[in-house]
Design a protein around this ligand. Structure first.
Ligand SMILES: Nc1nc2c(ncn2[C@@H]2O[C@H](COP(=O)(O)OP(=O)(O)OP(=O)(O)O)[C@@H](O)[C@H]2O)c(=O)[nH]1
Ligand SMILES: [Mg+2]
Length: 335
C-alpha cells in the first residue's frame, strides 16, 4: 500500500536473465504486486522469476505463448491489474533502467488525484544530454514533438519514457487489446488517454543507462513506424474528439492545412525542378506555391493553438483535482 492505495508494478520482460533479479530485489516494500510479463523469452527469465516468486508472494508471473512486443506485454499486465482491483499500476522495465527511488514521485500525483496518468521525464535533468546516448536523445526529442501534435498533450515531453503510473479509472476505460503492441506503445497510449480526456503529468526522473541493459530498439525501424502510428492516431483523435464526441472547427483547420500541404508539395517540386534544370523561375508557379505554403502554415498554426487551448487543463502543470466523491479504503487485492 502506498498512502492508502494498492500498488502493482507491471514489469515487461524479454530475455532479461541478467537484469530481472535486480529489478525484483530492489522493488520497494510498499508495492503490493509485482506483475512480471514474460514475453516468450528464449533465456532463463521466466525460471528466474519463478524462483523469486517462491520467496516473495508479491511476485506474479504471466507468460505470453508467443513474443508479442513490449506494448502487448504492458497491456497484459494492465489487464491483470484492472481485473484484480489495483488502484495504481506502475510500469518498470525488466532491464533495470528505472530507478525505484523515483517511484514515489510518480505515484504521488496519481494518489492525490492530480492526474490519471503520470510519466517520467528524463529530459528535465540538467545532465540528460550527457547521460542519454545522443542519437536516442535527438530521436526522442523529435518523437516528443510529433507526440505533442498527435496526442494534444502539449505540456508533455520525453514521449518514449516507459516509467509510468496509471489510476484505476484509466485502467478500466482504455481498450488494452487495441493498444499498439510494440515500441510505439507510450505514444499510442497518450493519444488514447487524450481522447478520453484523462489528465497526464510529467514527473522529472533520472535517466539510467549502462546498468547492463541490452536495448533491442532498432532506431532505423522506429523512425518510420512511430511517426506513421502518430499520424494515424492524430486523425483518429481528430475524428473521435472533435467530430463524434464533440465538435470543434479546429478539425476543419487541420484538414484544410493538410490538404493545402498536399497540393503544395508537387507545386513546389515543379518550381524547384524548373529553377534547377533550366534556371527559369516560373512566376505564376512561385506565387501559387507561396500562397499555398503561407496559408497551410497559418491555418495549421491556428488549429494547433485551438487544440492547445482545448486540452490545456489536461496536461498543465497546475492540474486541478477532479471532483470525485471521497474514495473508500482500498479493498484487498484479488490476485
Ligand atoms: N525489445 C523488446 N523488449 C520487450 C519485448 N517484450 C517485452 N520487452 C521489455 O520491454 C522493456 C523495454 O525494452 P528496451 O528494448 O530496453 O527498450 P527501452 O528501454 O524502451 O529503450 P532503450 O532506451 O533503448 O533501452 C524491457 O524490459 C524488455 O525486456 C519485446 O518483444 N521486445
Ligand atoms: Mg531499455
Amino acid at each position: 500500500m502506498y498512502r492508502g492505495m494498492s500498488v502493482a508494478v507491471v514489469v515487461p520482460s524479454y530475455n532479461e536473465e541478467t537484469q530481472i533479479s535486480k529489478v525484483l530485489l530492489t522493488m520497494p516494500d510498499y508495492v503490493d504486486r509485482i506483475v512480471v510479463v514474460d514475453d516468450r523469452s528464449r533465456d532463463r527469465t521466466a525460471a528466474i522469476v519463478e524462483e523469486h516468486a517462491a520467496g516473495d508472494e508479491r511476485v506474479v508471473l504471466l507468460r505470453h505463448e508467443t513474443n508479442q512486443g513490449v506494448g502487448a506485454a504492458i497491456a497484459t499486465g494492465y489487464k491483470w491489474c484492472r481485473d484484480n482491483g489495483v488502484n495504481c499500476a506502475a510500469v518498470m522495465a525488466g532491464d533495470g533502467q528505472m530507478a525505484p527511488e523515483d517511484l514515489p514521485a510518480l505515484l504521488d500525483p496519481v494518489v492525490e488525484d492530480l492526474c490519471d496518468y503520470s510519466k517520467g521525464n528524463r529530459l528535465f535533468t540538467g545532465h540528460a544530454w550527457k547521460k542519454i546516448p545522443k542519437i536516442r536523445y535527438l530521436g526522442n526529442a523529435g518523437l516528443s514533438l510529433m507526440t505533442k501534435v498527435s496526442s494534444g498533450y502539449w505540456c508533455i515531453s520525453d514521449s518514449q519514457s516507459g516509467y509510468t503510473v496509471i489510476n484505476e479509472d484509466a485502467l478500466a476505460t482504455i481498450d488494452w487489446d487495441a493498444m499498439y503492441k510494440r515500441y510505439g506503445q507510450p505514444n499510442d497510449l497518450l493519444v488514447r488517454l487524450n481522447i478520453e480526456n484523462f489528465r497526464v503529468r510529467d514527473v522529472p526522473i533520472e535517466p539510467v543507462y549502462n546498468v547492463g541493459e541490452v536495448s533491442r530498439l532498432k532506431i532505423r525501424k522506429v523512425m518510420f513506424t512511430i511517426p506513421w502510428l502518430l499520424f494515424k492516431m492524430f486523425w483518429r483523435r481528430m475524428g473521435e474528439k472533435y467530430v463524434i464526441r464533440d465538435f470543434h472547427p479546429l478539425v476543419l483547420c487541420y484538414a484544410f492545412a493538410f490538404l493545402l500541404l498536399l497540393i503544395d508539395i508537387p507545386v513546389t517540386a515543379r518550381l524547384l525542378w524548373y529553377a534547377l534544370t533550366s534556371g527559369v523561375l516560373l512566376s505564376t508557379n512561385l506565387l501559387v506555391a507561396m500562397f499555398l505554403t503561407i496559408n497551410a502554415f497559418i491555418t495549421g498554426l491556428a488549429a494547433m493553438y485551438m487544440d492547445m487551448q482545448y486540452n490545456q487543463h489536461l496536461s498543465s502543470t497546475a492540474l486541478v483535482k477532479r471532483r470525485h466523491p471521497p474514495r473508500p479504503a482500498a479493498p484487498p487485492l484479488k490476485g
